[in-house]
Write a protein that binds this ligand. Structure first.
Ligand code: UD1
Length: 421
């Protein structure tokens, strides 16, 4: 088993280039099932989760070819199966995103309950409610879910009880071939939704309003090929911004869209960071403060503070002066990193969806476990400022969402290694 070892490091310095967004690449790769011609995707991040969804597509009959490290050609003209491979589906929740495209293109899908990070019960009722509203019949038992619409789907107004990212994407993809117009009300507004809509529109779909809470999709008969560049990963960018802050460093974060990370910039400024934005340049410079001050964050759907940056921010808060507060409103079980941070000497008390963090002068290295993807990133950040060595186990979670985080941090001067245990 591999481990990551982090030792107390000097302030990070230099430039880091952010990759394409995992959470954009996954739905866009799933949406490629809808096209009948070559699709070229650029800036596809080299991640375990991306490899899984590409394998799912291959099993369904798509042809996949890497043109270079970050450019993938997908051709789904020979799509021949509506049954998804159980083993692969169990590895990641986002694999469920193939359901919408399969239903739209083949009028049928059979799949298994998706896996992924255990950060809550993560039901899929809103996805299914959407498919049902479009006229699909849902067939469900404990580990199997199917949907059928042999005569095709029919456009409807669908209200989401919660602006779920995955449900918005799945319904949007299913509705591309529905008869008439579908309107998703209380839709998620994340940048990854806009990226997916832009991609589908390039393929010939008719989608308006992505990025607002009301998305209108007019069904079309066919979707074609296109070339599309995946947007930069705002969560990876935020992680490196926190790395600069926690290490009192001076880091340029390159290849980002600043407007996507507004809440993170605002909160880092509250903590005392100096953040410089550059006109017409896709970068920010983050200088960490000598004495970071505690603050409050509350996770919310976009444009609120992202739940995917909560753990990393909590790592930073453990060494901020005074009391900090975190309220997690998106997932009900996203404090698994707390126990690991406690092992490192942090002072954190949780109650329900709230955590209070009393800043300590320093953390100490410990043997910890990446309990989920972002928790793993948080422990790396904490390890940068902890006395001694922090050994992080179960790093396969980290590989799901960060490409070469060890190499990128080493380039910035971090004392970090990946070793075979
Ligand atoms: C996506 C992201 C994930 C991020 C999350 C919230 C991808 C691949 N993953 O996950 O990194 O943390 O958005 O920003 O893009 N819910 C229901 N019923 C449903 C669907 C969701 O109750 O049918 C609930 C979930 O349990 C959760 C909340 O809604 O509490 C948010 O989930 P959702 O927005 O769907 O997240 P994902 O799409 O799974």
């Amino acid at each position: 088993m591999e481990k990551i070892l982090v030792r107390k490091s000097n302030p990070l310095k230099g430039h880091v280039k952010i990759d394409g967004a995992k959470n954009s690449a996954l739905p866009i790769i799933a949406a490629s099932l809808l096209g009948t011609e070559d699709i070229i995707l650029e800036d596809v991040p080299d991640l375990a989760d991306v490899k899984v969804i590409l394998k799912v597509l291959e099993k369904l009959g798509s042809e996949i070819e890497y043109l270079d490290n970050e450019t993938v050609k997908i051709n789904s003209s020979k799509l021949n199966s509506y049954q998804t491979p159980a083993k692969l589906m169990a590895q990641m929740r986002a694999s469920f995103l193939v359901m919408g495209p399969l239903l739209a293109r083949l009028g049928r899908t059979e799949t298994h309950m998706p896996g992924g990070c255990a950060i809550g019960t993560r039901p899929i009722d809103l996805h299914l409610k959407g498919f049902k509203a479009l006229g699909a019949i849902i067939l469900e038992n404990t580990d199997y879910i199917g949907a059928k619409a042999e005569k095709g789907l029919i456009g409807q107004v669908i209200y989401l009880d919660f602006p779920s990212v995955g449900a918005t994407q799945n319904i949007m993809m299913a509705a591309t071939h529905a008869k008439g117009e579908t309107i998703i009300e209380n839709a998620a507004k994340e940048p990854e939704i806009v990226d997916l809509a832009n991609f589908l529109n390039k393929m010939g779909a008719d989608i308006k309003g992505a990025g607002t809470s009301s998305i209108r999709i007019k069904g079309v008969n066919k979707l074609y090929g296109c070339t599309h560049q995946i947007i930069p990963d705002r969560i990876e960018a935020s992680t490196f911004m926190v790395a600069a802050a926690i290490s009192k460093g001076d880091v340029y974060i390159d290849n980002i869209i600043t407007s996507h990370i507004r809440p993170v910039i605002a909160k880092l400024r509250e903590i005392g960071c100096t953040i410089t934005e550059f006109e017409n340049e896709d970068r920010v410079r983050v200088i960490g403060p000598d004495k970071p001050k505690g603050t409050k964050i509350k996770t919310l759907p976009y444009p609120g503070f992202p739940t995917d940056v909560q753990a990393q921010f909590m790592a930073l808060m453990t060494i901020c002066e005074g009391i900090s507060k975190v309220e997690e409103t998106v997932f009900e079980n996203r404090f698994m990193h707390v126990d690991e941070l406690l092992k490192m000497g942090a002072l954190i008390v949780t109650e329900g969806k709230e955590a209070r963090i009393a800043g300590v002068p320093s953390l100490k290295g410990a043997n910890v476990r990446a309990t989920d993807l972002r928790a793993g990133a948080a422990l790396i950040l904490a390890g940068l400022v902890a006395e001694g060595t922090t050994a992080i186990n179960d790093i396969y979670h980290i590989d799901r969402g960060y490409n070469n985080i060890v190499g990128k941090l080493r380039n910035l001067g971090a004392n970090i290694d990946r070793i075979e245990d």
